[in-house]
Design a binder for this molecule. Structure first.
Ligand SMILES: *Cc1c(COP(=O)(O)O)cnc(C)c1O
Length: 396
């Protein structure tokens, strides 16, 4: 019988081996108890404040607003410890793992950002940490591999399939099925089998909870639009969470169109994917006619995922949220614009959301407001940016 609470409409579920079903039930029960326990919440909020550095500012981007013709606010997740929103979720999951008596954590990583966040929090709490990473990604993301190792984590190279995130995730799930007794699997986005999409949303919802209150204080009322980039969908679901019930607030998720969605080299699972099963969930997926998962492409490693979290699939079908795509070139232009006008170097992922905000703003009234989730900082991307600009002839 279908476990209704594991689904968002037709999406989600628990497509895992029999041996993991029990483990997922234990995680769900522990999570539900934890988020009702004032002591757990106090601990979580203590570390968010004292260690991660929350709350993050909601910054009115005056010069961008003047240029593009609507009020543009940036939710500064780039200012978190480790440089992105990912640690909000990792902190919650690792505290949950401790509460469950686990001594080890495992994680998958593509670009290395989630691996770094997990290695960071594991070091903080003296937990053994193993991170699965495709050999191709290890090659491309040397700096983050070094970071994880400095933080005491073991990075395990995964040599199968395309040697990237999809394959690392499969390996992490397989390993977990054999080690769940003492090991917690820290998933890095709003994906995977139930209860992960629900947990990740809960731990990222601090983004919208803060932004809603901050916006009311600064500007009064509610913003007209909130938007965020969508890889697996964690910063976006966190940015949407507290606004989903506010019917007058438009929710916009921005996927990576790579070289253009007609080029075949993109990561627009919502625009061009079809429902299918991957990593324990049913959701929109990039796949060929035979149902084989296709490789995603984006200049931003963090958006380079062939699927999307199941709640987003549901929000798309129900029409509550809109999903659009931004190309590599559009994102890079928005990135440079944000550097020059606001003195902020955004992550290339976040620049996708910025690019769409700049397209939308002129169509809105001058008095309308957009909140963009600035999911991370761009320091990690400087080499990619330099290569891109050199290729375009902007740099030598
Ligand atoms: C990982 C990452 C993303 C994409 O992941 P989501 O789960 O969709 O949020 C976006 N921005 C940054 C900075 C990231 O590190």
């Amino acid at each position: 019988m279908r476990n209704e609470k594991a689904y968002f409409g037709a999406y989600g579920g628990q497509f895992v081996s029999e041996s993991l079903m029990n483990t997922l039930s234990e995680v769900d029960a522990a999570f539900e108890a934890a988020i009702r326990d004032p002591e757990f919440l106090e601990q979580y909020h203590y570390y968010l404040k004292q260690y991660v550095g929350r709350e993050t500012p909601l910054y009115f981007a005056k010069r961008l607003s003047e240029k593009y013709g609507a009020h543009i606010y940036l939710k500064r997740e780039d200012l978190n410890h480790t440089g992105a929103h990912k640690i909000n979720n990792v902190m919650g999951q690792v505290l949950l793992a401790r509460r469950m008596g686990k001594t080890k954590v495992i994680a998958e990583t593509g670009a290395g950002q989630h691996g770094v966040a997990t290695a960071t929090v594991a070091a903080l709490f003296d937990m053994e940490c193993t991170v699965y990473m495709g050999t191709e990604d290890i090659e491309r993301q040397q700096l983050n591999v070094m970071r994880m190792e400095m933080l005491g984590a073991t990075v395990v190279p995964v040599h199968s399939g395309s040697n990237t995130l999809k394959d690392a995730t499969n390996e992490a799930i397989r390993t977990w099925a054999k080690t769940a007794e003492d090991t917690f699997y820290v998933i890095g986005s709003a994906v995977g089998p139930y209860p992960y999409p629900k947990m990740v949303k809960e731990f990222q919802s601090c983004i919208s909870r803060e932004a809603k209150r901050q916006f009311a204080e600064i500007a009064g009322g509610l913003p007209d639009v909130v938007m965020a980039c969508v890889g697996g969908g964690s910063n976006s679901i966190g940015m949407f969470a507290d606004f989903i019930d506010e019917e007058n607030v438009r929710l916009i998720g921005v996927e990576a169109a790579g070289l253009g969605i007609e080029s075949g080299k993109h990561a627009s699972a919502m625009a061009l994917g079809r429902p299918g099963v991957l990593h324990g969930m049913r959701s929109y997926l990039l796949q060929d006619d035979n149902g084989n998962v296709e490789l995603a492409h984006s200049i931003s490693a963090g958006l380079d995922y062939p699927g999307v979290g199941p709640e987003h699939a549901y929000l798309k079908d129900s029409g509550r949220a809109e999903y659009v795509s931004i190309t590599d070139a559009e994102a890079m232009e928005a990135l440079m614009e944000t550097c020059k006008l606001e003195g902020i170097i955004p992550a290339i992922e976040s620049a996708h959301a910025l690019a769409y905000a700049f397209q939308l703003a002129p169509q809105l009234g001058r008095e309308q407001s957009i909140i963009v989730c600035l999911s991370g900082r761009g320091d990690k991307d400087v080499n990619t940016i330099a290569d891109y600009l050199a290729g375009k002839g902007y740099l030598n």
